[in-house]
Design a protein around this ligand. Structure first.
Ligand code: KIV
Ligand code: NA
Length: 265
């Protein structure tokens, strides 16, 4: 695949090729992630946590998401760029949802939007799709509903919630979403959903039976030490790497080692 499109992802699922997805929130990170060969870059509203330092994803605004997304788009050549609609930009009514999605597409140049929820936001998703904007769904642990859940623990362990999840996944496929994120649900349930629909299911904390995986880049690079859920694999300890580089720099400045003869004009 030269440039990844929503169609490429559906083809990948049909051919059994797993889809790789990571978040990015700025130009430099997006450029690295894209060059390394990622299929999908998610401009997640997790920017609220990892970029802005908020406790939850709720405070980030549409304007802020557009700023992050436009930076990411400038850094991405090959990957499909999906942008989260933030809390409060689509829940009121379908018209508001469409207006927000249009702003993202026009002002950031992103390629698709992602919304949290199933049946409750069906009309909004339809309206966005009718405007020609591809939509990725997001079910399971949907962090914009954290105050309803009251906990970040695994979702859909009980039958009632599992059944609603299956229904919602089928609904999202039926109305025309091109893909779907399942967050923090039992692996067996996630696999069952992935096998029952034809659109690709991207998991985070949803096991290996789905069609692709997504992680928050700060987490997988080990930039934050405190966050250690079971589903997270750390590919680096960038927290330690950066801390030691920076303290070395501090030492070098203090000791007058930096800059040396060759590092000046
Ligand atoms: O905002 C985000 O990073 C996400 C992923 C965790 C799926 O929605
Ligand atoms: Na998100």
């Amino acid at each position: 695949y030269k440039k990844i499109t929503t169609k490429s992802l559906i083809d990948m699922k049909a051919q059994g090729e797993k889809i790789s997805m990571l978040t990015a929130y700025d130009y430099t990170m997006a450029k690295i992630v894209d060059s390394a060969g990622i299929d999908v870059i998610l401009v997640g509203d997790s920017a609220s946590n990892v970029m802005a330092g908020h406790e939850t994803t709720l405070p980030i605004t549409l304007d802020q998401m557009i700023y992050h997304a436009s930076s990411v788009v400038r850094g991405a050549d090959r990957a499909l760029v999906v942008v989260d609609l933030p809390f409060g930009s689509y829940q009121s009514d379908p018209k508001e949802a469409l207006r927000s999605a249009i702003r993202i597409m026009k002002e950031s140049g992103g390629h698709a939007v992602k919304l949290e929820g199933g049946k409750e936001i069906k009309e909004s998703i339809k309206k966005i799709l009718n405007a020609g904007i591809p939509v990725m769904g997001h079910l399971g642990l949907t962090p914009q509903s954290i105050y309803k859940f009251g906990t970040y623990t695994v979702r859909a362990k009980e039958e009632e919630e599992a059944l609603k999840l299956i229904e919602d996944a089928k609904l999202l496929e039926k109305i025309g979403c091109f893909s779907l994120v399942l967050e923090k649900i039992p692996a067996k349930l996630a696999q069952q959903i992935a096998e029952s629909i034809s659109i690709p299911v991207i998991g985070i904390g949803a096991g290996s039976g789905v069609d692709g995986q997504v992680l928050v880049i700060h987490d997988m690079l080990g930039m934050n030490n405190e966050f250690s859920p079971r589903f997270l694999r750390r590919y680096m300890n960038l927290y330690e790497g950066m801390t030691s580089a920076i303290s070395q720099y501090v030492d070098d400045v203090k000791s007058k080692d930096f800059p040396n003869e060759k590092e000046q004009y």
